[in-house]
Design a protein around this ligand. Structure first.
Ligand code: NAD
Length: 491
């Protein structure tokens, strides 16, 4: 049985309370209160920013090899607490322990290792000059204070995607997690703190903004003039607010997706159906790069749907700590209600539910959603306009490659897309024409590797900039150009 734990924020190297009371966080698994959390205020955010600002010169001057050593130590500490962190992640977020929580902890540790190694090999450049007496040197410098604002779907992994490269690049950090997953954030910061980073390098502030709709802590992190850059993963609407409020700060925004997974008529239907189920039901569908739309060529529509339903039936719903469970509860009620709304809208407009389509009975909370397959989805439905963000595979039909491409590109999003085909020419055409930051051929939309660049395509609403490996270090560094006139004693 879990007991309720009281959390603290972490400011200037000290665990700190807030002056303005507490809020509760409940587990989606059984509905019990697991944390009492200090309700951070704008003043707390300012204190955390001041601490990061004070520490920024020390961070800038810390030798790269020293930074790398501390980052490796964070990775070791995370790995040594692997099972404990994963269990906490399942209880707080709801994802299955064995198949998703443990891998998330492993990838979090890996992000610290990658940042440690990348920073040691971050070459600058000497650029050819028009003047033979000059040297042009190009190097990377830290920005200073980076705010890191994160969602609830990957409570360890996403913060690590920002914090590890920020520290590697010599920045200091103020970190504000989603109100739903503060316990995971506190544990991650414990791991960073116990590795030996000096006070002020990483600060943690909480907020109940996701419960109240008033996000003053986040707003301070975005608007304070001592903050040089903001990294945020969240809804596209949040990204838009933040980009307006941030002014001329460096922005790194990772927002929503409406991932098409496309099944052409020459594809391996078994592999495509397996990948579609994986892409729709992992993390109960609460993934930015989930298959939010499965678009199938009309010639293979019937056969594919049959295979998808049989794959979907394998996804066992239940307590995420139990062996064999592949889908846990959804994380929170607003997200589950949005799934209800999308299904209702689809049914009203002519879609059919072949499997699931409702919340499951007999569980301790209302957040257990049956893995769902919906067919005959059309462009006018919410499924094709906004993220459903639940364990739903909405299937659409297209009659030609051109029409499929047109449906795929018809939304405001452009994050991740997958195409199943055996024809190399078609694979290249789709990868060229799809408006997405990443295109996967014969692979699920959920595939990414931590060292690769990940993010939304420019001109749409899935975000700006790239996360992943050395690309985040570039994003979190200023490019400094130094021009040297090499002859100083000439007449
Ligand atoms: P959200 O936008 O509600 O919240 C994200 C974070 O922003 C939270 O910490 C929240 O408190 C904070 N926030 C909200 N309003 C703010 C404001 N005005 N100023 C500053 N901070 C503010 O998103 P969520 O529900 O936590 O997460 C789900 C969303 O995240 C989905 O849209 C999903 O697609 C997206 N996401 C994107 C990626 C990616 O890599 N592109 C990855 C994971 C999740």
């Amino acid at each position: 049985m879990e007991t309720t734990k009281t959390l603290k924020m972490f400011i200037a190297g000290e665990w700190a309370d807030s002056q303005s009371g507490e809020f509760n966080v409940t587990s989606p698994v059984d509905g019990k209160v697991i944390y009492k959390v200090p309700r951070g205020t704008r003043e707390d955010a300012k204190r955390a920013i001041d601490a990061a600002y004070e520490a920024k010169e020390e961070a800038r001057r810390m030798p790269v090899y020293e930074r790398a050593k501390l980052l490796h130590r964070v990775a070791q500490i995370i790995s040594s607490r692997r099972e404990e962190l994963a269990r906490q992640l399942s209880i707080e977020q709801g994802k299955p322990y064995a198949t998703e929580a443990l891998p998330e902890i492993d990838e979090t540790a890996e992000n610290f290792r990658i940042a440690a190694e990348d920073i040691k090999r971050l070459d600058g450049r000497i650029m050819p000059s028009r003047d033979p007496q000059k040297l042009i040197l190009i190097s990377y410098e830290p920005y200073g204070v980076f705010s890191v604002i994160t969602p609830w779907n990957y409570p360890f992994l996403i913060p690590s995607e920002y914090i590890a490269p920020a520290l590697a690049a010599g920045n200091t950090v103020v970190f504000k997690p989603s109100s739903y997953v503060v316990g995971s954030a506190a544990m991650l910061v414990e791991c960073i703190q116990s590795a030996g980073f000096p006070p002020g390098f990483v600060n943690l502030v909480f907020s109940d903004g996701d419960f109240t709709g008033r996000e003053e802590v986040g707003d301070e992190l975005v608007t304070n003039s001592k903050v040089a850059g903001v990294g945020l993963t969240g809804h596209s609407s949040t990204g838009e607010i933040v980009s307006k409020r941030a002014g001329m700060k460096k922005l790194l925004l990772e927002c929503g997706g409406l991932g098409p997974l496309i099944v052409l008529d020459d594809s391996d239907l078994g592999r495509a159906a397996y990948a579609a189920a994986l892409s729709s039901f992992s993390n109960a569908g609460q993934v930015c790069c989930a298959a939010e739309r499965v678009i199938v060529h009309e010639r293979v529509y019937e056969q594919f749907v049959e295979r998808l339903v049989s794959e979907a039936k394998k996804w066992k719903l239940g307590n995420p700590l139990e062996e064999g469970v592949m889908v846990g509860p959804m994380n929170n009620e607003p997200t589950a209600s949005k799934v209800d709304e999308h299904i209702k809208d689809g049914l009203n407009k002519g879609a059919k539910v072949l499997l699931g389509g409702k919340r499951a009975e007999g569980f301790p909370t209302r957040l257990y959603y049956e893995p769902t397959v919906v067919v005959d989805v059309t462009r006018d439905m919410l499924f094709n306009q906004d993220e459903t963000f639940g364990p739903v595979a909405p299937v659409m039909m297209g009659s030609s490659d051109s029409e499929i491409l047109e449906i795929a590109n018809s939304t405001i999003y452009g994050l991740q897309a997958a195409v199943f085909t055996r024809d190399i020419g078609r694979a290249f055409r789709f990868s060229r024409e799809l408006k997405a930051g990443q295109v996967l051929i014969n692979e699920s939309t959920l595939y990414w590797e931590p060292q690769e660049p990940f993010g939304g395509i420019g001109g749409k609403k899935s975000g700006v900039g790239r996360l992943g490996g050395v690309y985040t270090i570039y994003e979190m560094s200023n490019i400094k150009t130094v021009v040297i006139h090499t002859i100083t004693n000439s007449p």
